[in-house]
Design a protein around this ligand. Structure first.
Ligand SMILES: *Cc1c(COP(=O)(O)O)cnc(C)c1O
Length: 398
């Protein structure tokens, strides 16, 4: 639709990527499927080459259709980025962004709280191609400069970590990194483009698992990479060289998910924080890790840099037997146990950061449980968990 830069994000979510009167008045942009694109003349055929800093031209399905360009424009505008590429998963967004900026002989710093499969890619694939990978304490802030080497090329941040919720000082990391010509990458999935604006805080490349809140309905796998003007050719060329693109139907679903993201998140933010506070008062719970609570590592940074909290947080239970944990988890009726998060339905998963971490030690003996709050009524969610705690204490009482 018309220029939306003056609108608030909530309104922009309803206007971005739409042009009804270019499409017979249809409110939603159709999913344009296509591989072959025909050129009417030799001159246009010969002019079909797309430069790596150029987007919006329909030349071949792999390089994007109007549906792809609409969702890319929407995401870039929401994040305050120069541009965006959509890719087939959040993991593909991480791996593609890393491949875009690194070469053999480079040194890469990754937060110890980073998404596990991105670590695995770095330890296996990047190491195989001659990149030196090192992990850092997510709470280092500007002190990360102590780890810089002459060949350090990039820092991969994630704030907060999606299991352990350490909030990082992204502006401080960006300031020291840029002073050494080092690029800052951020996995911004938790905050979404609504609650943290990466480019206003010095990030060069931002990554989202759009599988989570952006699509929001547990039925799409997608990733986004947004970037500064300087990083645009690197990212676009790498996406093209890898031969990946997000299918038009998934672009359509992602755009549709974005329409309701603001209201979904407001509901999930409110209910997640209330649930976190309720859980903090339960005798079974030792600690709650939620960036909007003062006891979360990096809470002051969250308050300074973020405009909201999403619906994902963790709790640590007092140490307990596996049978008691099973009694709690096995018969929950609203909280499903499964991977991913950010959908309309609530989830709970047990996790153990201990074997994953290498730069910092996870010394906490209690069981970590990660909770993704969906769109259900808070009273029903509390009742489901309360029944679980009752089953748990029945086992412990044996
Ligand atoms: C889920 C997730 C990813 C990966 O997304 P997929 O679409 O599942 O590949 C990346 N980063 C974070 C923080 C995630 O939670």
């Amino acid at each position: 639709m018309s220029d939306s830069r003056s609108y608030t994000d909530a309104t922009r979510l309803t206007t971005l990527g739409r042009a009804p009167h270019d499409y017979h008045g249809l409110v939603n942009l159709p999913a344009h499927r296509g591989s072959t694109v025909l050129f009417p003349t030799l001159a246009e055929f010969e002019n079909s080459h797309v430069r790596p800093d150029e987007t919006g031209r329909v030349t071949y399905g792999l390089l994007g259709t109007p549906t792809t360009f609409a969702v890319e424009t929407a995401v870039a505008e929401l994040e305050g980025a120069h541009g965006a590429c959509v890719v087939p998963s959040g993991l593909a967004a991480i791996t593609t962004a890393l491949l875009a900026v690194l070469q053999a002989g480079d040194h890469l710093l990754i937060t110890d709280s980073a998404y596990g499969p991105g670590r695995r890619f770095s330890d296996h694939m990047l190491a195989r191609f001659g990149v030196e990978v090192e992990y850092y304490d997510p709470l280092l802030g500007a002190d990360i400069a102590r780890l810089f080497k002459p060949n350090t090329r990039a820092v991969l941040t994630e704030s907060p970590g999606s299991y352990t919720f350490e909030v990082q000082d992204i502006p401080a990391i960006a300031a020291v990194a840029h002073a050494h010509n080092i690029l800052v990458l951020l996995d911004n999935t938790w905050a979404t483009p609504l609650y943290f604006k990466p480019f206003a805080h010095g990030v060069d490349i931002s990554i989202h698992a759009a599988t989570k809140y952006m699509s929001g309905h547990s039925d799409v796998l997608a990733g986004t990479i947004t970037f500064t003007k300087a990083c645009e050719p690197l990212v676009r060329q790498t996406v093209r060289d890898l031969g990946i693109s997000l299918a038009p139907d998934d672009c359509y679903l992602l755009l549709r998910g974005l329409r309701s993201m603001d209201v979904r998140l407001k509901h999930q933010e409110k209910n997640a924080l209330e649930l976190a506070n309720w859980l903090a008062a339960r005798p079974e719970v030792k600690q709650v890790l939620h960036p909007a609570r003062p006891d979360c590592p990096g809470h002051a940074l969250w308050k300074r840099d973020f405009t909201g909290a999403s619906g994902l947080f963790s709790i640590i239970l007092h140490p307990l037997e596996k049978a008691a944990l099973s009694a709690f988890l096995d018969h929950l009726s609203l909280f499903g146990m499964g991977f991913s998060w950010g959908g309309f339905e609530s989830l709970i998963v047990p996790c153990n950061p201990r074997p994953i971490r290498t730069a910092t030690a996870w010394a906490e003996p209690g069981q970590l449980l990660r909770i993704s709050v969906g769109l259900e009524h808070l009273d029903d969610l509390k009742a489901d968990l309360a029944a679980g705690f009752a089953r748990m204490s029945a086992v412990l009482g044996d």
